[in-house]
Design a protein around this ligand. Structure first.
Ligand SMILES: NC(=O)c1ccc[n+]([C@@H]2O[C@H](COP(=O)([O-])OP(=O)(O)OC[C@H]3O[C@@H](n4cnc5c(N)ncnc54)[C@H](OP(=O)(O)O)[C@@H]3O)[C@@H](O)[C@H]2O)c1
Length: 288
């Protein structure tokens, strides 16, 4: 087995660090360089966020993902790479079963109170976990504002689990990641698997067997609705995620700049209730 697939199978262990060590934090370093060169005059016009929670450095503390030691070291390292004094939102990436939730909450609160972040976010917390940590944030008066979760026409656990309603009730926002189902909710897989797509390139997190006949038929039917609306399927999938105002933002991935241009144009065409109903009746057919 190759080192990268071995690392992925082991869940980001030491092998991953050995292979990709020099790349960990590279997104922040690249951003920091570009921001410094071209955008630093606009710092007060933008929201800059980062997160910590997965394996990042060697020794026993680099993967203690919710501990005070790990979180405070993480924000310090991130600020250095970003070249910033503070971030707008600092997220905890994933709940840590090995650290008491109070420790994680108090560490995030400390990060805000020490001026390294303006607000706190969490990510991949279900409604029960959000309730638990949210209670501590309330006691501490921590400015907790957002939970970043997967949400798309194809991945809707936040509806079933009650997180979507809980966010509305409590007034925190949701940021949807993988809103295009990692590329499935675009027009690229309607007639096969293009070689330059994630599946075509053998991405271990998106395998060809996901493309069942049932799914491909539904994607084609969704694509017809998108065309009727004068949109691409990617744009309609993003409009669908943004139909609920509790979704504060969508976090898209892109393999080329044109995809970003196409996706941003989504904002011009919100979904009508008639199209929401049509889409829902198609999605019900593939709901598990
Ligand atoms: N908080 C977390 O735990 C967590 C977990 C996962 C991801 N995230 C964040 O969420 C971001 C997005 O995740 P994702 O990349 O999985 O989600 P995604 O937005 O659902 O999928 C992105 C992929 O869709 C394809 N695509 C995008 N726009 C397209 C267009 N207009 N036309 C055709 N294809 C298009 C591209 O794939 P091709 O390569 O096939 O062109 C692109 O790489 C990540 O970058 C990451 O920052 C967060």
């Amino acid at each position: 087995m190759g080192k990268i697939s071995q690392a992925i199978d082991n869940g980001y262990t030491a092998v991953f660090r050995e292979v990709l060590g020099s790349l960990l934090g590279a997104a922040e370093s690249n951003f920091g360089q570009i921001f410094k060169n071209s955008f630093s005059a606009h710092r007060d016009e933008v929201t800059i966020t980062t997160k910590a929670g997965y394996d990042m450095w060697g020794g026993v503390y680099g993967d203690q993902n919710g501990s005070r030691k790990y979180l405070i070291a993480s924000v310090d390292q991130s600020l250095k790479r970003l070249g910033l004094d503070y971030v707008d939102i600092f997220y905890h990436h994933v709940p840590d079963p090995n650290t008491p939730i109070e420790e994680t909450a108090v560490a995030l609160d400390h990060i805000v109170k020490s001026g390294k972040a303006l607000y706190v976010g969490i990510s991949n917390y279900n409604s029960k976990q959000t309730t638990e940590i949210g209670k501590i944030f309330k006691e501490l008066h921590t400015p907790f504002v957002v939970n970043q979760v997967p949400y798309s026409m194809l991945e809707r656990w936040i509806e079933k689990d009650g997180l979507l309603d809980f966010a509305k009730q409590e007034g925190f926002g949701l940021v949807a990641f993988s809103p295009l189902g990692k590329g499935l909710l675009t027009d690229k897989y309607l007639k096969g698997i293009p070689a330059d797509s994630r599946i075509g390139k053998g991405n271990p997190f998106l395998k060809p067997d996901v493309l069942t006949t049932e799914l491909v038929d539904t994607l084609n039917a969704l694509n017809n609705i998108a065309l009727e609306r004068g949109q691409t399927l990617a744009q309609m999938a993003l409009s669908w995620v943004l139909k609920d105002s509790i979704v504060a933002s969508v976090l898209i991935g892109a393999s080329r700049p044109e995809q970003i241009t196409e996706n941003i144009a989504t904002l011009e065409k919100p979904l009508s209730s008639e199209h929401i109903e049509k889409i829902e009746s198609l999605l019900q057919k593939i709901a598990k």
